[in-house]
Every structure is written in C-alpha cells, then in structure tokens.
Ligand binder design. Structure first.
Ligand code: OGA
Ligand code: NI
Length: 333
C-alpha cells in the first residue's frame, strides 16, 4: 500500500499547499486565532498536598488541561527522548516504510500518516510513530524503531518516569473528585492500564495559515501527557475560544481525555485541542496516552461513588468496543 508521507511532500519544496490539506475557511488558523496573553494554568507538583489537590481540581474543571512543573523527570532524559525520535524521522524514507502501520487492517502501531477516505475529506499536516509502552506483557519491542539503537533504552526509561507521574496525577485527580486516591487507577485496569507513545512530526508547511497539524479533537484516552519541542503550535479550547499553550521548558502538558470525562460523570470535560504548523520549522511532540486497556467487553461508565439521587449518571455505561466505535464514527457519547 502506497502512502504519501507529509515529510516526503515537504522536502520537495512545494509553493502551495496541496488541496487535501487546505482546511475549510472557518477552521483555518487565520480565521480562528487564539486569544492573546492568556494560557493554561501552570501547576507545580512540589507544593503542599492539599493545595495541589485543589489546584488540579480547579484546572480540570475550568480548563481540562494544565502544564505540570517539578515532576521529577530529568531534563536530560526528555532531551534524549526527543533526540531518538528525531533520529528515527531522519532515516531514509524506505527505512521508515519498513515500520508502516495499516489501520485499515487493525494494525495501529508503527509509522503512520492519515489518508483521505473520500474526495472532500481533509487531512492533517503530520506523520507519526505510534506504539504501546506499558504494560510490559503487551509491548512489542520488535516493532519499535531499531534505529537509533538507544531508542529502546531511552523510551523504556521515559516510560518508567511517565508511569510514576501518571500514578501521582491519577491519585490527585481521584482526591479532587472526592474519591479514595486509588480509585481512578483501579478503574483504568490497575497494573494493566496502558501507556501509548505517539511521536508527532509536523514538517515545515508551505502555507501554514491554511492547514492544521492535528484538527480539533478530544483524546480517547483517560489522560494525555505531552512534551513538545520548542516550536509552538498546540492550542486548547475553552469557553468558545482557542488558547495557545506556551512552550515552557521542562514542563509536561497534561490534558483530560474522554475516559476521565465519562468516569467523572462529566465533572471534568475532555479538552478539545488542535495544533498549528510552521512555515520554516519542524514541530514535534511526544504524546503519551494513558488509557483503559481493551478487552473489548469491559464496561466503562461513571464511577459509582459519584452517582446518587442528586447526581444522576450523565453517560450510559458502555463496552470499550462501543466507546471506540462511537469515537471513530463520531456518534455522540
Ligand atoms: C495528539 C495531539 C497535539 C500536538 O497527538 O493527539 O493532540 O501538539 N497532538 O502534537
Ligand atoms: Ni490529541
């Protein structure tokens, strides 16, 4: 199967953006600018416990996203993670193609680029590499990049750190919801909870004002933790406007995904976000999705501790398979 890669397209030196990338007028960055001078909350993990729980609760209610500082992940490890990701995308095209995924056959892991399904559909200015990092029994190291050779060692170290930070955040969020601190992790499968890595590559774009790196969407995960490179572009939606997420060195960008929205019975909403692209610079991001594992027959619904006569369930309890189907086919939850 022949897939046109955005990175390959970008290197031929196009003057104009090919039609399949030109967004409809109302979606274009030039017609939907972000509010200036305001950005998402910044939350330090090294503050007294009670204050931290309150700050996170407030940010989850009001924004659905925030930047996390003092998380304890060594900056050097993040720098190495970014370097091994960049190295993969520097490989010759035919080398990268050996890792190509095939979502139409259910193979989501590997090197990918979204394709148009029909004439009108618009695509995003991005290539990616997607693979599972956790739990260990489901990880397929054979499909991870073999080049650079340190990819595996660095990514495993990062996985360990992200797992630690995720567990801390899930406890704090559980407490903010008024639940025992272990509740959210337990309802996300406990030790079977999944962490997935998606490395996004947004090459320089000939007409960035007409394109999007990723279109407005919410993540199907419970929560997502992202680190970008220094090229800005990520935006989050709040109360009818886009807000640019500032690049803050060494911070992690956190956002609420669909599964926490459902588990929290809508108390925390999964945040709509998008990313813009740049004319001269390559933007990259490393997104880790923390999610409930399939099996497909597992049920997902509002947590019993949050439902009572005054707070009836706003979401029906569904199987994971149905949840996924609705997401991909844009059926309301
Ligand atoms: C995603 C995503 C945003 C970014 O991969 O789901 O929202 O800044 N990425 O790369
Ligand atoms: Ni996303």
């Amino acid at each position: 199967m022949e897939v046109e890669r955005v990175q390959a397209l970008a290197t031929v030196g196009l003057d104009a953006l090919p039609a399949q990338f030109v967004r409809p007028s109302h979606e274009r960055p030039e017609n939907s600018r972000a509010i200036e001078g305001v950005t998402v909350p910044v939350i330090s993990l090294s503050q007294p416990h009670h204050a931290l729980v309150c700050e996170i609760h407030k940010a989850c209610r009001e924004w659905g996203s925030f930047l996390v500082t003092d998380h304890g992940i060594p900056p050097e490890l993040v720098r190495r993670l970014q370097e091994v990701g960049r190295e993969f995308f520097r490989l010759p095209q035919e080398e990268k193609e050996k890792y190509a995924n095939d979502p139409s056959r259910g193979n989501f892991e590997g090197y990918g680029t979204k394709m148009t399904k029909n004439h009108d559909e618009k695509v995003e200015w991005v290539d990616y590499f997607f693979h599972l990092m956790h739990p260990p029994c489901k990880v397929r190291h054979e499909i991870w990049p073999q080049h650079p050779p340190s990819y595996r060692e660095v990514t495993e170290k990062y996985n360990k750190e992200i797992l630690r930070v995720t567990e801390v955040l899930l406890e704090l969020i559980s407490e903010g919801l008024g639940l025992e601190k272990n509740v959210l992790k337990a309802s996300l499968g406990g030790d079977q909870m999944e962490l997935e890595m998606k490395i996004n590559l947004y090459p320089p774009c000939p007409q960035p004002q007409l394109a999007l790196g990723v279109e407005p969407h919410t993540d199907m995960s419970a929560l997502t933790i992202l680190v970008p490179n220094e090229v800005p572009g990520l935006q989050a939606w709040k109360d009818g406007y886009w807000y640019a997420v500032d690049y803050l060195p060494n911070a992690l960008f956190f956002h609420v995904g669909d599964q926490i929205e459902v588990l929290s019975n809508g108390k925390y909403k999964s945040v709509l976000h998008r990313s813009l692209v740049n004319k001269e610079k390559t933007r990259m991001s490393w997104a880790v999705f923390c999610a409930h594992p399939p099996p497909q027959e597992v049920l997902i619904g509002p947590l019993p501790g949050l439902i009572n006569d005054q707070n009836p369930a706003k979401y029906s309890t569904k199987t994971y398979a149905e949840f996924r189907y609705r997401k991909f086919n844009k059926v309301p939850r």
